[in-house]
Design a protein around this ligand. Sequence first.
Ligand SMILES: [Zn+2]
Length: 84
Amino acid sequence: MEEQLKNILKKVIIAKLGEHIDVNVDDLSKQSHTKIDIKCDMCDKKMNQSYYAYNKNIKQQGFYACNDCKQIKIEKTKYRKIWL
Ligand SMILES: [Zn+2]
């Protein structure tokens, strides 16, 4: 097994044990349910969300916002789409 792959697996196992670790997101598969720290695009509030959920949001909406900001951001995006 490649050394790099071994290191990634080690990190994932540690993450599953509940320890907080720094992982390069490039190391994670887009389907990974590993929790990562995400900053809201609008208010900079930090959240802990799975990488999978994060990617789903980015894919669907093109941004990641916390629950408080999500609705506002969606409205703004709609507005921009209409008037541009
Ligand atoms: Zn927010």
